[in-house]
Design a binder for this molecule. Structure first.
Ligand code: C5P
Length: 409
């Protein structure tokens, strides 16, 4: 982990002693390691121990050094490529889930917007308490990575789930998070985005409200993950992201179909986030239609369903669809998942505030073939794109290693 900046947050559990070994291993692997502790954590391990191991000052107090003008929680948050909280107590989970910032550690977390890995460790009853489980669900839905505790003998004399994983397991989870940056290396992904335009005449068209934001974020995320990405975009004003293998601008559903099919055979995955028009004008006028008649009737014919066609053609390709609905979201989405023969479908209710067309956030659920559902709370389209790409990488990796699939969040 050469050159990575890792901030470890230690909260007040007996397992804090194991985290000394975590800090040591990370340091030896070439990472820059800083440690912040809660006051309770210092009852278990001295800050001096972490200081000697990491060669960096250990932060505990919010207002420790008035002479130093650095705002500690902001500079720590800015430093970190990753924050690891180990051990994470039930109290910490509750505070993080609810945005409480009453010490340096919780305030730093609130001022931080990148990856967080949490390693809960506590007595089994505390872990299984519905309050703790609800807090974990909130955090998972926000995209926080959780390394589940092991089962075994606990310091309190009982045995059950709640043991902090061993230092090598924690370091492996941290390594996976950094490696996951190239999880689609060598894979070819087709992403469609935006809405199609169906010509009425050379001047007018039938369109829809899709901005293309979701699809462009998916393309960006797939590029970041090392994939060869072909972005096929209908109507959208967005700039194509850097690093695309090919950017194909299309207008109509027929054009989109032609281009998707051209690349489909050699693709590993198609993510159809485009809002494809279900109907097109049967006979678009060759010249601009004049407003001579009081009533103008347009005859529409059905467009081919691109995704459904891919579902019949697919060999090993992963197919991901979207279902933008205004009612009965899960029911309609499940039906599409089966009918179009998809691996998973991303469903959202476009009537909700913070979801759907034009906005940069989404509130989505991912529905799987085995009927499991992952419900995500409101998150940026960029974060949702990352979730989708992680799941595609998971399906494409032989040993299904890229993300711990947690369902029913
Ligand atoms: O059936 P419905 O249009 O709601 O399904 C939405 C999903 O199907 C989206 O992933 C969309 O990109 C895709 N689709 C398609 N061809 C169409 C209509 C939708 O590929 N003609």
């Amino acid at each position: 982990m050469i050159g990575k900046n890792i901030l470890i947050g230690v909260t007040g559990g007996i397992a804090a002693y194991k985290v000394v070994e975590v800090a040591s291993r990370l340091k030896k692997s070439g990472a820059n390691v800083k440690v912040m502790m809660t006051k309770h954590a210092t009852e278990f391990v001295s800050p001096r121990t972490f200081q000697e191991i990491t060669n960096n000052a250990v932060s505990v107090e919010m207002f420790a050094d008035a002479a130093n003008f650095n705002v500690a929680h902001i500079s720590l948050a800015n430093f970190a490529d990753l924050i690891v909280i180990a051990p994470a107590t039930a109290n910490f989970l509750a505070k993080m889930a609810h945005g409480i910032a009453d010490d340096l550690l919780t305030t730093t977390i609130l001022a931080y917007d990148k990856k967080v890995l949490i390693c809960p460790s506590m007595n089994t009853k505390m872990y299984e308490n519905p309050a703790t489980q609800a807090n974990l669900s909130i955090l998972k839905a926000r995209g926080v990575e959780i390394l589940e505790p092991n089962a075994g003998n606990l310091a309190c004399g009982t045995s059950g789930k709640g043991r902090l994983p061993e230092p090598e397991e924690i370091c492996a989870a941290i390594g996976n998070l950094f490696n996951s940056a190239r999880i689609l290396s060598g894979k070819k992904i087709i992403v469609t985005a935006g809405g199609t335009l169906e010509a009425i005449d050379p001047v007018r068209y039938i369109g829809n409200r899709s901005s293309g934001k979701m699809g462009f974020e998916i393309a960006k995320s797939a590029i970041k993950a090392g994939a060869e990405v072909i972005l096929i975009a209908g109507n959208s004003n967005l700039e194509p992201p850097n690093g695309l293998k090919e950017f194909i601008k299309v207008e109509s559903a027929l054009e989109m179909r032609e281009n998707v099919l051209k690349h489909f055979e050699t693709a590993n995955c198609v993510i159809m986030s485009a809002a494809v028009a279900d109907y097109r004008i049967k006979n678009p006028a060759a010249q601009k239609i004049k407003k001579d008649s009081e009533v103008l009737t347009l005859e529409l014919v059905k467009n081919p369903d691109i995704l459904r066609e891919l579902g019949t053609l697919k060999k090993s390709q992963i197919l991901v669809g979207f279902a933008a609905e205004t009612q009965n979201v899960l029911e309609y989405a499940r039906k599409k998942l089966v009918e179009k023969n998809l691996e998973f479908i991303v469903a959202n209710d476009v009537t909700l505030e913070g979801a759907g067309f034009g906005v940069s956030t989404n509130i989505a659920s991912i529905i799987w073939r085995d009927e499991q559902v992952e419900n995500f709370s409101k998150m940026s389209k960029a974060d949702l794109a990352e979730k989708i790409i992680e799941r595609v990488a998971h399906l494409l990796s032989k040993d299904k290693k890229f993300f711990p699939l947690t369902v029913n969040q």
